[in-house]
Design a protein around this ligand. Structure first.
Ligand SMILES: [Zn+2]
Length: 225
């Protein structure tokens, strides 16, 4: 009998699936809400394998137009999310970790912007972690350039089965997010370690998925940064 195929890893490096996607994790530097690094400098941009394939699809749509994705955040360990909550306990922007938590900690959400063929960021409504009205999903400012750039990003991500959220134009969640659950203890050197008694890599816990009649409200999605 042929051996069973190896199970997919829980998380993969986005660049191992599509090396043309540019990664600049903002929480590995100072240009973020906390104004200091929350990730180690070698932190990879990780997502669930199926979500990496969705990103590769969006990237191929953009590359036909001489554009590409730059990833600002991907999988976010719960310990980092808890720190962000301390900086900004405002549930409109940082998901309350005592509730469902952030879909970044599930490995199903990314923060992304658009770059041109020379890997320069194109003009967008705001910078990352800008919580002004201008960061809303639907741009209402006067610049036709910005409007077109945002529409291009949203179109490619939508074709690749991502949804946006109301308050942050850069935040995208896989439409398949409900198939997954939080990753509570994924080991990354310098951030968190697996529990010492556990020999196996931790698994997702689908039982932690909230099951409410009619599913999860859009409010949860809109606050799952
Ligand atoms: Zn986000």
């Amino acid at each position: 009998m042929a051996p069973a195929p190896a199970a997919e890893p829980e998380l993969v490096d986005i660049r191992s699936v599509d090396p043309t996607i540019v990664v600049e994790l903002r929480y590995a530097g100072k240009r973020n809400l906390a104004r200091r690094p929350l990730y180690p400098p070698n932190m990879p941009a990780l997502v669930r394998p199926a979500i990496a394939r969705q990103l590769a699809e969006a990237q191929s749509i953009l590359r036909r137009r001489g554009l590409g994705l730059k990833i600002w955040d991907a999988y976010r360990p719960k310990s980092t999310h808890d720190q962000l909550w301390e900086f900004s306990p405002n549930n409109d922007y940082v998901a309350d970790p005592t509730g469902m938590g952030s879909l970044h900690t599930w490995g199903v959400a990314v923060d992304a912007t658009l770059i041109d063929s020379r890997r320069r960021e194109v003009r967008m409504p705001t910078d990352f972690d800008d919580f002004s009205l201008a960061a809303m999903l639907y741009y209402i400012g006067p610049s036709e350039d910005i409007r077109r750039n945002l529409r291009t990003l949203q179109h490619a991500m939508g074709r690749a089965r991502f949804n946006g959220v109301r308050t942050e134009w850069w935040h995208f969640v896989s439409k398949d997010w409900q198939s997954y659950g939080p990753i509570t203890t994924y080991p990354i050197a310098g951030i968190e370690r697996p529990p010492p008694s556990q020999g196996q890599p931790p698994r997702t816990q689908p039982s932690l998925l909230p099951r409410s009649p009619g599913g999860i409200s859009s409010r949860h999605l809109s606050t799952s940064r």
